[in-house]
Design a protein around this ligand. Sequence first.
Ligand code: CA
Length: 460
Amino acid sequence: MSDDHASHAISAYGSTINQTPHLDRLADGGVRFDNAFCTNSICTPSRASILTGTYNHVNGVTTLATPFDTRQPSFPGLLAEQGYQTALFGKWHLGHGGLHDPRGFDEWAVFPDQGDYHDPEMIHPDGRRVHRGYATDIVTDMSLDWLERRDPARPFCLLVHHKAPHRPWEPDAAHADMYTDVDIPEPPTLRDDYSGRSEAAAAATMRIDRDLKPDDLKEPVPEGLSADEELSWRYQRYIKDYLRCVASIDDNVGRLLDRLDAAGLSDDTLVVYTSDQGFFLGDHGWYDKRFMYEESLRMPLLMRYPRVIQPGSSCDAMVLNVDFAQTFLDLARVPELPTMQGRSLTPLLQGNVPDDWRTSMYYRYWMHDDFFHHVRAHYGVRTHRYKLIHYYGEGFGLPGNTDRTFEPEWELFDLEHDPMELNSVHDDPAYASVRRDLERELDRLQREVGDQPAASLTVS
Ligand code: CA
């Protein structure tokens, strides 16, 4: 797993801005999920959902400020109880100390919170140590070393959790000169003016044209540029460093795949590549995530397991981060828990979509109007064609920020006619019946997962 790696920066997903040969190798040998979604597009909450198979109102990790209580069952712990050797190296970001340190792992070493790219400090069960080198290489080195030392007679579960390509997008020396002589294509919505949608879109402060900090840009903006030229310059500065960090991940995925091949483990090992959420790569003029819009909602998800999965296949069934835990347990023949809220992907891995597979999903971003990004809390429902989003206006989510309220707003997108989500049709009479159906579906999903609607929600 990486952090903030959008699927539209993976060539197996049709990226127009970079090549990822080793991730493509994984896709060529397995399945590419084309509709994998997170249920809350932010680091800590998505990680909690992946570990536990539960939504954030259940696992309690609704925001970056709500650490994970590791007494809750997680898939690594359940596998460990059944004799699996388990290890975690890299990004944890679910809290530290006491009930928040990693649990269920025979061995672990994690970055404190976000961690550093260069010469990172890592927390080990017996204390903190600085490791010389580049974070992505170090996490892979630790993982390969653990694979060598493991007991070959027992099964294993290894979590290789890269910090990259999270902000502040610092490449290593080996990739620092990539793309210096080329311009990366700009996304079609880089110059979005936020018309046609709610106030919430225009209010977000994660814009490439004004919100990137000097530490993000790493060099001063050249003088004498027009506003439009400056936006292009900022985009290139941002996206090139992001893609350089991705290139290092890709190289290190290659090292891991090579080692599995050399050890004769590839046929019997489920290899998964994902990220905790998607990311805006200049789309809508933004960096970062949080919104239920496509670029942020989508997770990359590649799975290779030659005993079960047809090589080079793809799957467009709707899959969620809450499905991962049950899938891993199911494939390992370890019973899932009744409290888990996802569904095993095993039939999809076998190439069959069950008749009763989900055709809609529930999303909720709780971190109401945080001080840096100002993305308002919202929830919504996505079907294969439509998306209904409700910015419910209530100020809760982050401690100390409970009194900010906004006018509740709605958005409705027809993804078939408006895949870039530029024009909400919520108030278009032609979509009245679609809107009512989606409101009912949102209500149904909210009940199904056990979440509570905001006071402003009224279903007609
Ligand atoms: Ca993240």
